[in-house]
Design a protein around this ligand. Sequence first.
Ligand SMILES: Cc1cc2nc3c(=O)[nH]c(=O)nc-3n(C[C@H](O)[C@H](O)[C@H](O)COP(=O)(O)OP(=O)(O)OC[C@H]3O[C@@H](n4cnc5c(N)ncnc54)[C@H](O)[C@@H]3O)c2cc1C
Length: 367
Amino acid sequence: MTQHFDFLIIGGGIAGISGASQLAEHGKTAVLEMEDVIGHHSTGRSAAVFIGNYGNAVIRALNAVSEPTLMNPEGICDSSVLSHRGVLMLLDEAGHENLLETYEEGAVGLEKRSVEEALKMVPILDPSKIASALYEPNAFDIDVDRLFQGYARLLKSRGGEIILSAPAMEIEHTDDQWTVTTPKGKFSAPILINAAGAWADKIAELAGIRPVGLVPKRRTLAIVPLPEGVDCSSWPVFESSGESYYAKPEAGKLLVSPADEVPVEPHDAFVDDMVLAEGLHHFEHAVNFSITRVEHSWAGLRSFVEDRSPVVGFAPDAEGFFWLAGQGGYGIQTSPALSRLTADLCLGRPTELPEETLAALSPNRFT
Ligand SMILES: Cc1cc2nc3c(=O)[nH]c(=O)nc-3n(C[C@H](O)[C@H](O)[C@H](O)COP(=O)(O)OP(=O)(O)OC[C@H]3O[C@@H](n4cnc5c(N)ncnc54)[C@H](O)[C@@H]3O)c2cc1C
């Protein structure tokens, strides 16, 4: 027996669940997820930060459209999922002049900070390693769990279904219907949305669609305790200009990342101890204390195509196959904009994004 839907989504991460939550109001919608829970891969492993100036111009346009929804996620959650954090970028002598120029080119609202000001914000910094700093006030912690569960609740309240332990094994396109075979049975719909995260190119291949050159890149995070009595609750995220590490306050401790970007095959990502050790070494070099232990560490995949913009839109090489992939390191913070765009394009409605942003996101750019 095949179960029929209007919209079928492969992937129960934030892309698939948020996109499905917007579509379920307009037609019968199902999400197929290969794991036995949703959010097990990239979505459940993020650093949970929103940064207004993060990413290229396309990402920044998506950030700007997403921020008001995250601030007031009416219908998704009952209150804001953002709480103020800020980001302090630490510049060394070498990076100082160049970086100021690069950042000022497309970024808005950045404020220069002296070494003394940077130390007031993050007292554990070693001043001898800093030439100056840039502060981005428009940055927030995201309550990812509340946001993600909010999307899932909205989806279910609109009659949408999430089918777990349902990896897409075969995908066929006949008579304007996409049929996906899973261990839980066959599912079909005229529109198939590929929101399979790091696996999105594999899904395309399974469906006979040309891949877009998606490269999953591993990123590592670790929880590190601070010296006794140090209160980091009001510190911003702080990072080195050379992207050798970043750190973020997390429940009285620090979340530290080597800011690694190692290309890998899609898989259930795990920590490479050497990469983590190197990142922590860079971090220790920038602060005035030594790490005594790592409490917990994990890794996840950030998947990019070459131009580092997401791929969102109908595939040019088959009717009804929709890409929602390549969100890289910005998939949580851009989920409001990308989920609405997915619904608008699938329903043939006008979108809130300008033409040039649509073109920069479109899978047509690979042809
Ligand atoms: C360490 C790290 C830090 C990050 N920090 C941030 C941050 O601070 N802010 C931010 O905005 N973003 C951040 N990101 C990026 C963000 O997490 C991702 O962009 C986002 O989670 C991608 O969501 P997704 O739904 O596309 O992918 P995923 O969450 O990976 O979901 C894809 C789903 O597809 C499923 N799937 C795959 N193949 C199949 C199949 N054959 N059949 C059925 N299901 C399948 C998978 O099981 C998975 O659940 C970070 C990522 C990492 C790894």
